[in-house]
Design a protein around this ligand. Structure first.
Ligand code: DQA
Length: 145
């Protein structure tokens, strides 16, 4: 089985950017942790990060469609990208939405996710560990199929 982990805009700066909100670990560290989990549970992990909306959509169409599950942090696009929402809806692959921060405890404009209604589920507020939670949710979905 294969899981695509897709990180949206500005997440390449994780560990450098707003550390009080997002923590001081890097994106590489999140990916390394998920790689180890993948090895342990015999799942092929594929990683991508993009700051470009269209690229995220292409990744969902190509890599996402051939994956068994997608773990997606759409970052700021969460709140307004109907194009990414439509891409999530268009592919058959279940998509788990992840946010490091608790988006409901932050500015009002972050309270709404246009992705959530088309996602399999959402993890928000648990920092780096949220990706691990999403991994096990994905594993569970893959096993149940
Ligand atoms: C985020 C939350 C978004 O509101 C924000 O724009 C991000 C990161 C999170 O992981 O907490 O860039 O998706």
């Amino acid at each position: 089985a294969k899981i695509l982990v897709l990180h949206g805009p500005n997440l390449n700066l994780l560990g450098l950017r707003e550390r009080e909100v997002y923590g001081d670990g890097s994106l590489e560290r999140i990916n390394e942790n998920l790689t180890q989990l993948g090895e342990k549970f015999h799942i092929t992990m594929v990683f991508a990060q993009s700051n470009v909306e269209g690229e995220i959509i292409n990744l969902l169409h190509d890599e996402g469609r051939t994956s068994d599950c997608v773990i997606l942090n759409p970052a700021a696009y969460t709140h307004y990208s109907i194009a990414i929402r439509d891409a999530v809806k268009a592919i058959q692959t279940p998509v788990i939405e992840v946010h490091l921060s608790n988006i409901y405890a932050r500015e009002e404009f972050r309270h709404h996710s246009v992705i959530a209604p088309v996602a399999a589920g959402q993890v928000s507020g648990f920092g780096h560990f949220g990706y691990e939670m999403a991994f096990f949710a994905a594993l569970n979905m893959i096993k149940r199929r």
